[in-house]
Design a protein around this ligand. Structure first.
Ligand code: NIG
Ligand code: FE
Length: 419
């Protein structure tokens, strides 16, 4: 057994004696904390915590956290970190006036990423995604979901999911894999879109399931992408293989995506920039989590999802990065929390709940991650010296994370290879 003791913690944040599986509505303002605290980790698990008066005398390693806070690691429940290349040409096209949808209609956007990914080897994709994973672990992410969806052919979708399987094997943090074959209709199927949906349902899904490559099934249900009917067909087919839905919805319009997700028992519906009363009513009627991705709204200059309205309606809002080359080239969750506060008027406590325990729930990982509770996995981070919790979103350009602890060990970013 090895033990690690963190002493003199200014605030031990999200420390729970009775772990909450998810936090909803008004309760999102509550962030349980212990001031002037200690945290004891044994092996890879949280063993004890409490006020410094009760701090154990010794441990195998001791870290002093004077002036620093300790948080449970971020749980990033929506990313696309397997991709072949960045897309800054489209970024400049948007600066010049084209919209995201106009770029997509011309065969850019997701189709551009798909063309590049199809031409890239599995090994090269693995290496670049591994580096992104390392980058976000360094930013304090302690559990993550990763999607396919830049393949759009059987071979390339499988290639992406095999890359995610390889990442799972080497990753220090847990990964959930999501099959997103229905991310966009490939150009050659534009006039026969039903055939593409057939391909997803009849060829891709059975193969993905046979190889056990995915935990969840996603569809981009939105204007210009997949219809409600197509989405429903794919989600129901996914369920036949035991893949729970977790979908992209209402980024570009009131697409019906939220309702079809709730009706098909999706774990989460993500984006939700276009959310009105009907969507909120649908969410209130089920258990599907609303996930907001403010980096996408920021980067594309589209409206932000109505976080306040959702929380005031009693919903459990989740925050995730959406790290991808087209709409959110960032995986730094502290900035996502800052955007949520600055642009969506979430309180810092609400945003932190949304990015930790609710993010864990959106990956069905809440029993092990997302808060500091006895028996949970010791994936936490120690901040640099900060005066208050609100300072994290306030100082939005600074990285609050000073020391990352993964599976009970202090994590050091591996040195870059010598060239
Ligand atoms: O979550 N909206 C759909 N999919 C991704 C972006 C895909 C892309 O532009 O590459 C998203 O924003
Ligand atoms: Fe996404």
């Amino acid at each position: 057994m090895s033990s690690l003791l963190i002493r003199n913690i200014k605030n031990l944040v999200q420390a729970e004696t009775t772990p909450r599986p998810v936090v909803k509505g008004a309760a999102m303002q509550e962030l349980p904390q212990v001031e002037n605290a200690f945290l004891l980790i044994e092996n890879d698990r949280i063993a004890a915590f409490g006020p410094m008066e009760k701090c154990p005398e010794r441990a195998d390693s001791v870290v002093d956290a004077t002036d620093r806070m300790v948080f449970p690691s971020w749980c990033d429940s929506h990313t696309h970190i397997v991709f072949a290349a960045s897309r800054e040409e489209e970024f400049v096209d948007r600066i010049r006036g084209l919209s995201y949808e106009e770029i997509a209609e011309r065969g850019g956007g997701i189709l551009n990423s798909a063309r590049r990914l199809q031409q890239t080897s599995e090994d090269a994709l693995f290496e670049s995604a591994r580096q992104r994973l390392e980058e976000v672990v360094g930013f304090g992410t302690g559990a993550i979901e990763i999607k396919s969806g830049y393949g759009l052919t059987i071979e390339s979708e499988l290639k992406m999911l095999r890359v995610i399987r390889r990442l799972k094997a080497v990753s220090p943090i847990p990964i959930k894999a999501t099959f997103l074959g229905a991310h966009a209709i490939p150009m050659e199927y534009k006039q026969r879109r039903q055939e593409y949906v057939d391909l997803v349902v009849q060829k891709m899904l059975p193969q993905v399931a046979a190889e056990g490559l995915a935990d969840y099934c996603d569809v981009f249900c939105d204007r210009g992408f997949f219809t409600v009917e197509e989405t429903e067909r794919i989600l129901q087919a996914g369920w036949m293989y035991g893949l729970k839905p977790k979908i992209h919805a209402n980024e570009l319009d009131y697409s019906g995506g939220v309702q079809v997700g709730v009706a098909n028992h999706a774990i989460s519906v993500d984006h939700l920039e276009y959310t009105g009363d009907a969507e909120i009513e649908a969410l209130k009627s089920g258990h599907t989590l609303p996930t907001l991705l403010p980096a996408c709204a920021f980067f594309l200059g589209i409206p932000y999802g109505p976080a306040r309205k959702m929380i005031d309606a009693g919903l459990p809002v989740v925050l995730a990065s959406d790290y991808n080359p087209g709409s959110a080239p960032i995986g730094r969750m502290a900035f996502i929390v800052a955007l949520a506060c600055i642009k969506m008027k979430m309180l810092p406590e609400e945003a932190i709940n949304a990015a930790t325990i609710n993010g864990a729930r959106a990956m069905e990982q809440e029993a092990e991650y997302g808060s500091i509770a006895i028996g949970k996995k010791a994936n936490v981070f120690i901040t640099r010296p900060i005066p208050s919790i609100a300072h994290i979103p306030y100082a939005f350009g600074l990285d609050p994370v000073e020391t990352v602890i993964v599976n009970g060990n202090i994590w050091h970013k591996p040195a870059p290879p010598l060239v």
